[in-house]
Design a protein around this ligand. Structure first.
Ligand code: DP6
Length: 348
């Protein structure tokens, strides 16, 4: 086995939208409750990683250059640098190689859509792949479980992007093989939910004022934390049941309650904060009204920001697209039509 090698690897990793939310974590990116998400198709990051021997072998530490669409991205480079430094044991090749990353997203940069899930997903996939090329990992874990574990250490939600369809991350006593360390794929999915649409309503495209990391940390001394974690555990179990039995009504009820609870946690933390905008509330009310009028199984969810995700089965695509274009789009910055995705892809 050579000490040094040269390789160029490229992975595409999609983003995901949580139905049961991860909000609150312990040390080492261990979540306080299980979360369940749907992997997306169109919102993805591509990472090209070029790995070559360090020019100067005596240089200690990580040698990394991080470019976003050809332009050096210093803040993200520092975040990835810290990530690599704390994971040298998993990727020993980093000690004597330099790494050049060029990443790009296929969703507009200015939409305020969080990209750390897809970015860390693609970075972890490339690193695990490179380490495999260099010397096979001795662990018994499958490639995607290992990549999920490493993605989690970069950004929690990233670990759920390793599989197509739906995934659960976080140990649940009633879900076999579920783990706090990595996500696993949910395979028992009813036909009703195999092809879901997710229209992302861009209400506001500004960078949010409070980061997810700060939000997670505010759960540490949150007055409602324990009941929230218990509720999420119950909701995760309920959603898994619903995904398998095809019950639209319960999916809608749990998904919307989760979205509002996430924001309720922000509004009741110390200090409190508000990420929803008037346009968020307006869109939510129109979606609920449309559902009541037409009996279409459509619902909303939110991530840690003002934008609204509209979830609906593909069978109702025509009627919901018409509703979005006529009743919502005129009040929005942009709408991104996405859907259930197949998971990551190695490009070379
Ligand atoms: C509201 O995964 O962005 O989207 O682990 O600190 O990187 P870090 O947090 P992050 O948190 C995502 C929170 C969420 C809910 C979810 O995706 O489950």
């Amino acid at each position: 086995m050579a000490d040094h090698f040269y390789t160029k690897i490229k992975w595409r990793c999609p983003s995901n939208i949580a139905i049961v939310k991860y909000w609150g974590k312990k040390d080492h990116q261990v979540p306080c409750n299980p979360s369940v998400s749907m992997t997306l198709s169109e919102a993805f990051t591509e990472v090209e990683m070029e790995i070559s021997p360090k020019k100067d072998k005596d240089v200690k530490g990580v040698e990394l250059e991080y470019f976003y669409e050809g332009i050096k991205n210093v803040p993200f480079q520092l975040r990835v640098q810290t990530y690599l430094e704390s994971n040298l044991e998993s990727f020993p090749f980093i000690k004597n190689h330099s790494i050049h990353i060029n990443s790009s997203n296929n969703f507009p940069h200015s939409t305020g859509i969080a990209s750390s899930a897809s970015a860390f997903g693609a970075i972890a996939l490339s690193l695990v792949d490179a380490q495999n090329e260099f010397s096979y990992l001795s662990e018994k874990k499958s490639f995607y479980k290992k990549a999920s574990e490493m993605a989690r250490l970069g950004s929690g939600s990233a670990c759920r992007s390793m599989y197509g369809g739906f995934a659960i991350w976080g140990h649940h006593p009633n879900v076999k093989e579920s783990s706090d360390q990595f996500a696993i794929e949910l395979t028992d999915i009813h036909d009703n939910f195999k092809q879901m649409q997710d229209a992302i309503l861009i209400v506001d495209d500004q960078q949010k004022k409070v980061s997810s990391s700060t939000g997670h940390s505010l759960m540490n001394n949150h007055p409602y934390a324990q009941s929230r974690f218990l509720q999420a555990q119950k909701n995760a179990e309920e959603i898994i049941k619903v995904l398998s039995n095809g019950d639209y009504d319960t999916l809608i009820q749990v998904a919307e309650a989760e979205a509002l609870t996430l924001h309720a946690m922000m509004m009741t933390s110390h200090p409190y904060y508000l990420l929803m905008k008037p346009g968020t509330i307006d869109a939510i009310q129109k979606i609920v009204h449309f559902r009541e009028e037409t009996h279409t199984p459509v619902c909303f969810t939110l991530d840690a920001g003002p934008n609204v995700h509209v979830l609906y089965p593909s069978a109702f695509k025509t009627v919901v697209t018409e509703f979005i274009n006529n009743d919502l789009k005129p009040f929005l910055k942009e709408v991104i039509f996405d859907k259930t995705g197949k998971g990551p892809e190695k490009l070379y």
